[in-house]
Write a protein that binds this ligand. Structure first.
Ligand code: PLP
Length: 383
């Protein structure tokens, strides 16, 4: 393949050169365990502290409210299981939505097997939850609300500040999976009454295998990984210093460039959306027109299976994705699109194109005609 054009930045991003550069010494010369009490450990200790400060700065948290994890999945598991476990004597009811990432949905499924009751909020045709339904779903035994900040498939941004207000008024812990939003759009945990927030470094040009959980210092959380006394015994294990340094640097860069990146990505996003609408008949945009992540484009093309389209685009060197997948001969439609009211056959037809600050005009010009011809050829084959 001569050319690789990457439009799958919601899946993962390319590490920034400056992030990698900052990480490298921590693989070689600065290899000390930050738990050491000798001077050699001071550098790695300081590096972890600086990273916490950078991450906290991005979401208006205090550094001591940031706990490092292995990524978004671990952060989601920790938040949900720990609150459920800590508060089980007060109540066993949890509220989430039908469009969460599997890291939340499957943790909720596990918790319901353990005797918790989980209510899954509906979403409208744009993927947005209904705040009235949220209020009506709250019960005396509700202990936690977990609603994602922004959806990974269709990019819809939830009314987080309003959800936070409702949770606070009802004295319920509010967790948000902000894996897709952290570093992409402004987040203020204090203003939004967020108690717990999950983030992951590899979605913002940082390394894979490193994430964090923000824990409001007013909230008591049980540790999920037991062992040594690292991170106040809340999440044991020797710190992944290179990953932590990379996440901190990625957060710092994201904060510095956020305004420009949002402007740039929105412009590219809206251009792609309008060109697809102009050039390709019988297509429909999935997700919200305006309350959507700056880098998210998601379309359904009538009579075009998303997975077939992804495979055909791949032969042209283009990486994109479809939520529907065919594994072991079994087709599974996107749970997000079905929750948004799409029929099963429509939920197989989605294509997600996700941008980053590094996406170029030239790449978009490479994508558009190829997407049009790929859609046409699949339609021709199936007619
Ligand atoms: N939550 C959301 C919304 C995601 O998009 C992802 C990853 O795609 C995750 C959680 C899991 O994050 P990680 O890959 O860091 O485990």
């Amino acid at each position: 393949m001569d050319r690789l054009v990457y439009f799958d930045n919601a899946a993962t991003t390319k590490i920034y050169a400056d992030v990698l550069k900052e990480m490298l010494p921590y693989f070689s010369v600065l290899y000390s365990n930050p738990s050491g009490i000798y001077e050699f450990s001071d550098k790695t200790k300081a590096a972890a502290k600086a990273s916490k400060e950078r991450i906290a700065g991005l979401i208006n948290a205090s550094p001591e409210e940031i706990y490092f994890t292995s990524g978004g999945t671990e952060s989601d598991n920790w938040a949900l299981k720990s609150i459920a476990f800590m508060k089980r004597n007060r109540g066993r009811h949890i509220i989430t939505s039908k469009v969460e990432h599997p890291a939340v949905l499957n943790t909720c499924r596990y918790l319901s097997e353990q005797g918790f009751k989980v209510s899954y909020l509906d979403v409208d045709k744009y993927g947005m939850i209904d705040l009235n339904q949220l209020v009506e779903t709250i019960r005396r035994d509700t202990i936690m609300i977990s609603i994602m900040y922004a959806n990974n498939e269709v990019g819809t941004i939830q009314p987080i500040e309003k959800i936070g207000k409702i949770a606070k008024l009802n004295d319920i812990v509010f967790h948000t999976d902000a894996v897709q939003a952290f570093g992409q759009i402004p987040i203020d945990v204090k203003k939004m009454n967020i108690d717990l927030l999950s983030a992951s470094a590899h979605k913002l040009h940082g390394p894979k295998g490193c994430g964090c959980l923000y824990v409001n210092k007013e909230i008591s959380l049980a540790p999920m990984i037991h062992g040594g006394s690292q991170q106040n015994k809340m999440r044991a294990g020797t710190l992944n210093i290179p990953g932590i340094v990379g996440m901190g640097k990625a957060a710092q860069i994201a904060g510095k460039n956020m305004e420009n990146n949002i402007k740039k990505e929105k412009m590219m996003r809206d251009y792609i959306i309008s060109e697809i609408r102009k050039q390709i008949p019988e297509c429909s945009l999935n997700g919200h027109e305006s309350q959507r992540l700056p880098g998210n484009v998601n379309f359904s093309f009538k009579n075009v299976e998303g997975e077939a389209l992804v495979i055909l685009l791949d032969t042209m060197g283009i990486c994109a994705s479809s939520a529907s997948a065919c594994s072991a001969g079994l087709k599974t439609p996107s749970h997000v699109l079905t929750a948004m009211g799409k029929k099963n056959e429509e939920a197989y037809e989605s294509l997600r194109i996700t941008l980053s600050s590094e996406t170029t005009r030239d790449e978009i010009m490479y994508l558009l005609p190829r997407l049009k011809s790929a859609v046409e050829s699949i339609r021709k084959m199936s007619s």
